[in-house]
Design a protein around this ligand. Structure first.
Ligand code: GRF
Length: 219
């Protein structure tokens, strides 16, 4: 039996190395539970959009600067996702804060990667902050997106050591390898959760219809 593939979109803002890691992992495994069908960047002309196109994936720029308000930008984003029947959204280096109105619409169906061992170092400049604090280890986290920034339920984390003489760039490079490793694993978990929920919902609906038919027959 072939696996149910959850229709997935990836949101990016730049280079897109996490996005390509996800796309390549999904394509390599016939049983992977998600299919990435769309990549959206809030910045046009980024390398990530080019990489997505080269891989035969629809690559769309929705430039946040073209919208007067955050809400107007998000309405367009939501429309693009809904129009294509997207079931799961992955933020992969997407550097735009999302409003609670938007995150609520995608609750349980939107995940993000963050370059720190959450709950430590929410927000920006995580590598420098770990160095400044004298941390001996640092890492990355994949989590569900909720209204509060970098705070939703954690799916997976990976740790790396902080070595003597490390710069923020050294740490970023060491952690990126781990990001590319745990992100596809986490995407598979999130996609399976959605597929399971969909099967359960269908079963409940089918049972409800069956009950109604039986009740009608009994009349
Ligand atoms: C990653 O390190 C991610 O954790 C952070 O931004 C970076 C994006 O890199 N939020 P890329 O665009 O996936 O190459």
């Amino acid at each position: 039996m072939s696996v149910q593939k959850i229709k997935t979109a990836v949101l990016i803002s730049g280079r897109g190395s996490n996005m390509t890691a996800l796309v390549d992992a999904a394509k390599k495994d016939a049983e992977f539970p998600a299919e990435i069908v769309l990549v959206i960047s809030n910045r046009p002309d980024v390398l990530g959009l080019e990489s997505a196109s080269k891989r035969g994936i629809e690559a769309l720029a929705i430039d946040h600067k073209s919208y007067e308000t955050r809400e107007a930008f998000e309405d367009e984003l939501h429309k693009a996702l809904s129009d294509r029947g997207i079931e799961l959204v992955v933020c992969a280096g997407f550097m735009r804060k999302l409003t609670a109105t938007f995150t609520r619409k995608w609750e349980g169906a939107m995940i993000n990667i963050h370059p720190s061992l959450l709950p430590k170092y929410k927000g920006l400049h995580t590598h420098q902050r770990a160095l400044d604090a004298g941390d001996k280890e640092h890492g990355c986290t994949v989590h569900y997106v909720t209204a509060e920034l970098d705070s939703g339920p954690i799916i997976m984390q990976a740790k790396v050591p902080v070595l003597d003489g490390d710069t923020a760039d050294d740490l970023a490079a060491r952690i990126l390898v781990e990001e590319h490793r745990i992100f596809p694993l986490s995407l598979a978990i999130a996609a399976k959760a959605i597929a399971t929920k969909a099967i359960a919902t269908k079963a409940i609906a089918t049972k409800a219809i069956a009950t109604k038919v039986t009740a009608t027959k009994a009349l």
